[in-house]
Design a protein. Structure first.
Lengths: 92, 262
């Protein structure tokens, strides 16, 4: 109810200060990690190559991003697995 | 012991030159012998902010290229006689000055002055690299705005790469009402994001505009909150412990909203 009234007066749920803070944190993680989109693409291709040795993955839906983890940067990969390969097919 | 401080920001228009002028006048009011060096060659403005634009005979480039000794190019302030300006050229560009020349000049100036403040140009190119070369410490000026904070972060990284580890932060043009209503980053947010020691928060103040119009930095105006903030920063630079300003009382609606938890 209060939310609806606030919206009526042009107020969104989240103060713009918090939006600014969150957006800044995310963009600075990327800035500080100093990885260009080209390098990210290379990294992604390499990861695909390695993982494809062991399983079939959905390359379209996979996501690789840098995320803020307290004061450090984490590389977060979300890679949907479609099928595991038979262990006999894995190249040694 | 003299100190060389570069005032920098990355982004243009956040108040580097205004800050330089105010810190210079503030230090002179405290009896320090100060020289302000404008390194924004081709886009000089520090002379205008100090009201000294009609007194310039020679400039920084005349000095570094050996045409005149630095003493001939220094412009003494009209009101504060321990404050000097070393203006730069309005005709030349940033390639006219290299880091080694500025370092050599600052070493000479060290003998004569307590504080040497260097007004840095915007950007991260050669002009910036030259301006920071001689500095013992850096003051990064930013605003509570995402683009200014991001650029400040970039500049802090560049300063680190140039082995400038002593870096302080000034948050300029804060609008207390917007901070209170949750629509502007506050000093704590910016501190947390940049993880840098903050030595001042300066409110957005119309008196900064009118004093700039007159060529009299706002720090000498006792009525101005921004002037008071600059004066406090000067005290902190001199090693005093001064609490940060509280910006006014909360309005009725802000209190009402808080009561109802909106």
């Amino acid at each position: 109810m209060i939310d609806a009234i606030m919206k009526l007066f042009g107020k969104s749920d989240k103060p713009s200060r918090e939006i600014a803070r969150d957006r800044l944190k995310v963009v600075l993680v990327h800035d500080r990690a100093n990885i260009s989109p080209e390098v990210m693409k290379l990294l992604k291709d390499d990861i695909i190559k390695v993982i494809s040795n062991y399983m079939e993955i959905n390359k379209q839906d996979m996501e690789i991003t840098l995320a803020d983890d307290e004061n450090s940067v984490a590389l977060v990969a979300n890679i949907p697995v479609q099928r595991m390969k038979h262990s006999s097919k894995i190249q040694k | 012991m003299s100190e060389i401080i570069v005032i920098t920001s990355g982004k243009g228009g956040v108040g580097k030159t205004t800050t330089t002028a105010n810190l210079g006048v503030g230090l002179a009011i405290r009896g320090k012998k100060v020289v302000l060096i404008d390194t924004d060659t081709g886009l000089r403005n520090l002379d205008l902010l100090l009201g000294l634009e009609n007194r310039i005979m020679y400039d920084l480039i005349d000095v570094t290229e050996g045409r005149v000794p630095y003493k001939k190019a220094l412009v003494r302030h009209k009101k504060h006689d321990s404050l000097y300006l070393l203006p730069t050229s309005q005709i030349k560009d940033k390639t006219a000055l290299n880091p080694a020349q500025l370092v050599a000049l600052c070493e000479e100036l060290r003998q004569q002055f307590d504080y040497i403040l260097i007004d840095c140009p915007a950007g991260i190119e050669q002009g910036f690299k030259t301006a920071i070369a001689a500095a013992d410490c850096a003051i990064v000026v930013t605003m509570p705005e995402i683009s200014a904070v991001r650029d400040a972060d970039k500049i802090i990284g560049e300063l680190g790469r140039a082995d400038k580890e002593n870096i302080k932060l000034i948050v300029n043009r804060i609008r207390p009402q917007m901070v209170r209503s949750g629509d502007m980053l506050d000093m704590d947010d910016i501190d947390e994001i940049l993880s840098l020691e903050c030595i001042g928060q300066v409110p957005d103040d119309e008196l900064v505009v009118t004093s700039t119009n007159r060529g009299e930095p706002v720090v000498s105006n006792k009525e101005s909150l921004a002037g008071k903030a600059y004066s406090n920063i000067v005290g902190r630079i001199c090693g005093e412990e001064i609490p940060f300003l509280e910006f006014g009382e909360e309005g009725f609606f802000v209190k009402l909203k808080r009561v109802f938890g909106w």
